[in-house]
Ligand binder design. Structure first.
Ligand code: SAH
Length: 354
């Protein structure tokens, strides 16, 4: 059987080395062999676990945050409730459960999911049987209406390019073939205009990464929020500036060589939140906040204590562990960040500051 490894070796041998972005796109979304196309990667039996899969508290608090934002903006009578990269649908299911008691919220919402993977679309449909989502390939086909959108660990799955600073410019990481294996190499140095602004804060030998699709997606989300109202809550690992090599592959919850098994490991890179903020034109963005601080501000400790009263034994242990994983600085609390977008002049969602 032909594997993605065979396909890439043949392609690169014929047309030359490819960028990391091309490599990531094929590995994650190849129609036959792509990582997301062919499997459900989440949970303990998968390759990685995300915040909503760790605890229902994550989605519940985000649901209440969205509902408060909707109320703060005058409770528009018809709006789009959307998630981009919804995984198994767990986060959206928790958002919907937590907002059931908010008068008028469900009646005003129509549910839209932007998802590239047929396998995960099926998982989302199974998870959200009480609702009737519409699926989209891209953000551009969402209704023209107020938009409440959430993205958790979506932007880290978008393809990046990676550049190492050199005395004469930047050398790009390229995927090449050596004998019958895929290896990473560096291109000849060249000036790269889009990285001119990084000359001030980097030195020779340092690495920066760029994510081309992130800006148009953020700009399109922002256009809708600026025009019709709403908010976008973005969660991911990363920082204000991209710095260093953050390209990584995870398989079975362990880091692996990203070039060894294309299509069989999850590939991600840290998110450059400043790039998202710069692309968010026409709207106001919050300060970038750590996930731990955001969840604490929304009252995760009180929620955790309430849930704990009905738990005993190992269920209680794992609940305490989940609270710690989501918020502790040595777990997801500091590595993961969040940014909110709102119409200029509108109050920021609860949990965010200017
Ligand atoms: N938000 C979920 C899943 C995160 S995994 C959670 O927190 O559990 C990344 C998600 O983004 C998956 O659903 C994946 O299929 C989707 N995805 C990746 N690239 C995409 C793209 N280009 N367009 C739409 N969805 C994409």
């Amino acid at each position: 059987m032909t594997t993605l490894h065979d396909i890439l070796i043949r392609q690169i041998a014929t047309t030359g080395p490819i960028t990391l972005a091309d490599y990531m796109t094929q590995c994650l979304l190849h129609p036959e062999h792509g990582y997301y196309t062919t499997r459900d990667p989440l949970g303990s039996a998968g390759d990685f676990t995300t915040a909503p899969e760790i605890s229902q508290m994550f989605g519940e608090l985000i649901g209440l945050c969205l509902a408060q934002t909707w109320l703060d903006q005058g409770a528009p009578g018809a709006f789009t409730l959307a998630e981009i990269g919804p995984g198994r649908g767990t986060l959206m299911a928790d958002i919907l459960r937590a907002t059931r008691a908010v008068p008028g919220f469900h009646a005003a919402a129509t549910l839209h999911l932007i998802e590239a993977s047929p396998t995960l679309r099926k998982a989302q449909a199974d998870r959200l049987t009480d609702h009737t989502p519409t699926w989209h390939d891209s953000i551009t086909t969402l209704p023209e209406a107020p938009l409440l959108l959430v993205a958790n660990e979506f932007f880290d799955a978008l393809p990046i390019r990676q550049f190492t600073r050199d005395a004469k410019g930047w050398r790009e990481t390229m995927v090449a073939v050596q004998d019958t294996t895929l290896i990473a190499g560096l291109s000849d140095p060249a000036p790269i205009e889009m990285l001119d602004h990084r000359l001030a804060d980097t030195e020779t030998g340092q690495i920066v990464e760029t994510c081309a699709p992130a800006a148009p997606i953020t700009a399109e989300i922002s256009r809708r929020i600026a025009t019709y109202g709403g908010t976008a809550l973005i969660f991911d690992y990363g920082d204000w500036h991209s710095r260093g090599d953050t390209f990584q592959a995870l398989r079975n919850h362990h880091p692996v060589d990203p070039f060894a098994t294309p299509g069989a490991a999850d590939l991600t890179a840290h998110v450059d939140f400043e790039a998202l903020a710069l692309a968010a034109t026409g709207v106001t963005h919050s300060a970038m906040t750590t996930q731990g601080v955001f969840l604490e501000r929304l009252g995760i400790t009180a929620r955790a204590q309430t849930l704990a009263t009905s738990l005993t034994g190992t269920a209680l242990e794992s609940h305490i562990q989940a609270h710690r994983r989501l918020t502790h600085p040595q777990e997801m609390g500091s590595l993961f960040k969040t940014l909110a977008l709102v119409p200029t002049g509108a109050p920021l969602p609860p949990g965010y500051n200017q």
